[in-house]
Ligand binder design. Structure first.
Ligand code: 4NP
Length: 155
């Protein structure tokens, strides 16, 4: 199974979700699941995550190594799940999916959260990485339980 988290720049939100989800997969010793992230824009290609994301992940004891921003490609549509951080990104994914061949299921991360919010706020503009992290935790937790109900007790 392959899951790709997607935002605009691939430096703030989607790498945060990727790192959180990977840590839980490792904690539950789930093998055969690949997690990655990408951006719909190419402004930051090749960059490491934003210092706000790196700082927050470090504070939470979550490994943030080895992540480099990249732009979404047609190949990503061959993954199983494309998880968008907001409506704008989900819209881009739906329209690109329409023109391509891959069968990835497209969702918004907060579709899986028990939250009033529908979009993960973009800390690149809000500056509030904590708020973003809290919502990412809720969404990732819901997604994890949905995909791996048997493993959920182990994280
Ligand atoms: P992200 O945040 O989509 O959460 O990575 C952004 C980062 C950079 C830009 C926009 C959003 N930008 O316009 O450069």
């Amino acid at each position: 199974m392959k899951i790709v988290f997607v935002c605009l720049g691939n430096i703030c939100r989607s790498p945060m979700a990727e790192a959180v989800f990977r840590q839980w997969l490792e904690a539950a010793q789930l093998t055969g699941v690949t997690v990655d992230s990408a951006g719909t824009g190419n402004w930051h290609e090749g960059s490491e995550p934003h210092e706000g994301t790196l700082h927050l992940l470090e504070q939470e004891g979550i490994d943030a190594s080895g992540m480099e921003a990249r732009i979404l490609s047609q190949k990503d549509f061959q993954s199983d799940y494309l998880i968008a951080m907001d409506a704008e990104t989900a819209g881009t994914l739906h329209s690109l999916k329409g023109s391509g061949t891959g069968g990835a299921a497209v969702f918004r991360l907060l579709d899986f959260a028990d939250s009033e919010e529908e979009d993960v706020p973009d800390p690149y503009f809000t500056g509030d990485f904590e708020e973003t992290y809290k919502l990412i935790l809720q969404g990732c937790s819901g997604l994890f339980h949905e995909l791996f109900p048997d493993a959920s007790e182990r994280v």
